[in-house]
Write a protein that binds this ligand. Structure first.
Ligand code: AHM
Ligand code: MG
Length: 334
């Protein structure tokens, strides 16, 4: 029988010098939160969780009921056990310090509790993204500043995908492994060991309705993909997908390769793209790089960016190495 996720993490932790059960404990809480979210997402209209919450988050986006519910689930599951010093989420303006009645731990957690939530009312895949950082040495009451660490400092990143089956995909910096939720026994089982992204691909993902707002290098790349062998001058023809759920797009790329872009655009002044660095782009970059892919803004490696704000947005170009490097090359030449 294959391993379950907790067994896998315990075995991985045994390899790390000086590690204690803290990290395994934290991951168990995150796993529990993802199972609860899977349950709510799966029951949908039966338990009245679809539709708008009638509120807005700090990004000015209308929150769905499930955005709020899943944020609460993540907080409830992770605040009590003494592993965390604070949390930050797409759905909260400021950081969430661990309340005084609970012990404080040495980790910081960032998350997007329901990524792709515009899909929820139409019953299309959504996900949860999370990233674990160390709380800086000597800090017991972290501030937002303490979260502004480059992605290279992440010690773990993962996502849960609520699709036809529920999956959890994880890296601690030793490759990427995928687990499928067996609902009969309530455990995530290792089903996709050592996930790797092929270096070449014939599939691209981008929201084409933003085309007029892109910069010249992305215009050129997508134009060539669309035109393929003739008249595009590429050695192959391309296929396109857009799920509008980054978790689903990254998962597809981990399974069969591809390139995903939410690039710089000039749609709204002061918003460089759409995806947020700390709880979307960095964790996905950690996973994709660990699977052999590449992640860039077009100009810089995403994980080397020094964050400037909790909800900072960055352009994202990620996936199969040879295609991402081609787009980066077009930026250099521009
Ligand atoms: P969200 O976290 O508010 O759901 O937004 C992030 C999502 C990504 O999952 C997806 O790639 C992108 O937004 C889709 O954006 P668009 O609707 O502009 O195509
Ligand atoms: Mg999101």
């Amino acid at each position: 029988m294959s391993k379950n996720l907790v067994q896998f993490i315990i075995e991985e932790q045994r390899q790390l010098p000086g590690a204690n059960g803290d990290f395994t404990g934290l991951l168990s809480d995150i796993i529990m939160a993802c199972k609860q979210i899977a349950h709510s997402v799966n029951k949908g209209a039966l338990i009245g969780v679809l539709g708008s919450a009638g509120s807005e988050n700090i990004q000015g986006e209308t929150q769905k009921k499930l955005d709020v519910i899943t944020n609460d689930i993540f907080i409830e599951a992770n605040q009590w056990s003494g592993h965390l010093a604070a949390m930050a989420s797409e759905e909260m303006d400021d950081i969430y310090p661990i309340p005084a009645q609970y012990p404080k731990g040495k980790f910081l957690l960032t998350f997007d509790p329901l990524d792709g939530s515009s899909n929820i009312d139409v019953n299309i895949s959504v996900g949860t993204i999370f990233s674990i950082l160390r709380c800086p040495e000597g800090v017991t009451n972290p501030s937002a500043e303490d979260f502004l660490q480059p992605g290279t400092q992440q010690i773990c990143a993962g996502y849960a995908l609520y699709g036809p089956s529920t999956m959890l995909v994880l890296t601690t910096g030793h490759g990427v492994n995928g687990f499928t939720l067996n609902n009969d026994i309530g455990e995530f089982m290792l089903t996709h060991p050592n996930m790797t992204i092929p270096a070449d691909t014939q599939e691209f993902a981008i929201n084409m309705s933003n085309q007029r707002f892109w910069e010249a290098p992305v215009q050129r790349y997508v134009d060539e993909c669309v035109k393929g062998k003739t008249p595009g001058g590429r050695e192959k023809n391309f296929n396109m997908r857009w799920v509008a759920s980054m978790v689903a797009e990254v998962h597809r790329i981990l399974i069969r390769g591809g390139i995903f872009m939410y690039p710089f655009d000039n749609k709204e002044v002061g918003k460089a793209g759409k995806l947020r660095l700390l709880y979307e782009s960095n964790p996905m970059s950690f996973i994709v790089e660990q699977a052999g892919g590449v992640c860039s803004t077009g100009r810089e490696r995403i994980m080397e960016l020094k964050p400037t704000g909790l909800h900072q947005r960055v352009p994202v170009i990620l996936g199969s190495k040879n295609e991402v490097e081609r787009v980066v090359g077009y930026h250099k030449g521009a």
